[in-house]
Ligand binder design. Sequence first.
Ligand code: BEZ
Length: 243
Amino acid sequence: MTTVSEDTACMTTMPRIGDPAPAFRAKTTQGDINFPADYAGKWVILFSHPADFTPVCTSEFITFASMQKEFAAYNTELVGLSVDGLYSHIAWLRTIKDKIAFKDMRNVEVTFPLIEDVSMEVAGKYGMIMPGEDSTKAVRAVFVIDPTGTVRTIIYYPLSLGRNFDELLRVVKALQTADQFDVATPADWRPGDRVIVPTAGSCGTAKERMDERVEGVECEDWFFCTRQLPATEVESAIRRHES
Ligand code: BEZ
């Protein structure tokens, strides 16, 4: 006979960047979802947390929910998950709204879906359980998934470390900017900073880059060339405009 933990261990996989997001159906605090099909055409941040009614997770949910509109402005939806059950999720989210303040945020209503995953089926598909950290709780995993359902970024944090949600918004903006402008974004990039133009793919292009100078492109060397990309241009390409 197979035990539950053997079952879960068998199912544990880990999608990689560039893979299709593993599909699943689940119950959430906002009804049933069919993932990622229900999010076709949108960016999604699928993230796990260890447990309901815990302080770091509570601070994260308040912060994330407070930024939900900002993420939506970049066509990005939030979907949370823990291995707790639906009624626990509902009770916890009600408590957050009624009783908990964090920094200046209070009475925060979490309206994005929170998946119940008591069977650990979804956590197993996304490699969210790391037994060395805890065999019955998901670590703080983040999967950024693009409108075609492809995994574009994966970030993991341990149980004790709350995530930086400004960084997650920066990641979304950087991925969308890379897609829209065919550029890469250097260390600590934020909209308005210079961007990296694609590396010369031939000796001819490398020589041209260094000898002939392309207007607006500055090269430290043939493989490291940047150009300006004003924040207004970035924002008008990636930010949704209210009609
Ligand atoms: C927390 O969210 O506070 C937490 C959860 C699991 C382990 C440690 C901290």
